[in-house]
Design a protein around this ligand. Structure first.
Ligand code: EPU
Length: 337
């Protein structure tokens, strides 16, 4: 194990924020993780996965543990079902491409999401009508108190919109080490109802789409709307889409009859935060070297060299303005550190 000192975390977070880690270690086995957690040499520890869902606002005065557990495999396969496992440090999109090369269906709508496999259950990643929980089988996680590996089934993960047990009462108590997925082998169920996918497939002149076509359509849509973190620092959606009560929604709809919305249940309605932010006048706004993306108002961007605190202040200004105009509170989706 090689402990480094005072290193920049810029290459390890997709926002590209240049803060320092007091100590840094890249870990490639569960044994190494256990060694670190059973030693008293590092009282403060900070776990880093793909670094795609965080805004760093200060130096990290701790041992930053970069999870680099690699490997993927087929656990079992029958006629139309396959169980695959990926270790936590695999890049999410590369894992999705591997499943598609094997003609395994289920993850195609989740193509090109930044981050690692191990962090995907934490916020139940989702896009274009599919959520991780739809194909999730189970995950293994190291209990940081007992240093035993525990298994979490789908039910025990308590998945919800961009939420799970790992963001609630299990927060900070576990490190997810691997994830298993239930995928299809022959009879794939396509999810192409999401408007943009249908029109993208038409533009691609595809009439009978395969899972690979759906993935290509999703990649094309994402590339047209969302900035590539390798070119412009960002963390995907900075905010969650707010879910409001029906009575709040009726009040909102009276003033803003054209706003898009999705019925969640008899009691609740989801309103796209991107629409609220755009109509609060922030879409495409640029302040020095950071701002709001010009094609998707949910995404805050670092054009190079931005300070995490400046981006945090901008996010607070957006929240205050949206609350003042629409009387709706929007919450950050990314973790603010
Ligand atoms: N909209 C605007 N202005 C904008 C952005 C969106 O008016 O700047 C409107 C759109 O016209 C549309 C509605 O808002 O009517 C929804 O937009 P979109 O389909 O782009 O999806 P979203 O709700 O903005 C969510 C996810 C994305 C995911 C897309 C596609 C959240 C917080 N975000 O965005 O996830 O890719 O749906 O499924 O749920 C991410 O989490 O990093 C992410 C990118």
């Amino acid at each position: 194990m090689h402990i480094q000192h005072n290193i920049s975390l810029k290459p390890y977070n997709t926002f590209g924020i240049d803060v320092k880690a007091k100590q840094f270690v890249s870990v490639s086995s569960i044994e190494e993780l256990k060694d670190i957690y059973s030693s008293s040499a590092y009282p403060q520890k900070f776990i880093l996965g793909g670094g795609s869902n965080m805004l760093l606002t200060k130096d990290i005065d701790a041992l930053v543990i970069h999870l680099n557990l690699k490997g993927k495999q087929i656990i079992s396969q029958s006629d139309n079902k396959v169980l695959v496992q990926s270790l936590a440090g695999e890049n999410w999109h590369e894992f999705v491409l591997w499943t598609l090369e094997n003609d395994f269906g289920g993850l195609e709508n989740l193509s090109l999401i930044p981050g690692n496999v191990g962090t995907s259950p934490i916020q139940n990643i989702g896009a274009y009508g599919v959520e991780l929980k739809d194909v999730f089988h189970s995950c293994s996680a190291l209990n940081l108190e007992t240093l035993e590996i525990e298994t979490f089934t789908k039910d025990s993960c308590e998945f919800d919109y961009r939420n799970s047990i790992f963001k609630q009462h299990a927060k900070g108590k576990y490190i997810i080490t691997s994830v298993m997925f239930n995928l299809s082998v022959k009879e794939h169920t396509l999810h192409t109802n999401y408007g943009a996918i249908t029109s993208e497939l038409q533009a691609m002149m595809v009439t009978e789409p395969t899972i690979q076509d759906v993935s290509k359509a999703v990649i094309a849509i994402r590339e047209s709307k969302l900035p590539n973190p390798k070119e412009i620092g960002n963390s995907g959606s900075f905010f969650k889409n707010p879910i409001i009560s029906k009575s709040e929604f009726l009040k909102f709809k009276k003033n803003f009859p054209d706003a898009p919305h999705y019925i969640v249940s008899d009691e609740e309605v989801k309103v796209p935060a991107g629409w609220l932010i755009e109509h609060a006048g922030f879409k495409g706004k640029t302040f020095d070297n950071y701002g709001v993306h010009k094609k998707q108002a949910l995404v805050l961007v670092n054009y190079g060299g931005a300070n995490g605190n400046d981006i945090l202040k901008l996010s607070q200004l957006i929240q205050e303005t949206v609350a003042r105009i629409f009387d709706i509170n929007i919450e950050a989706e990314v973790n603010i550190i």
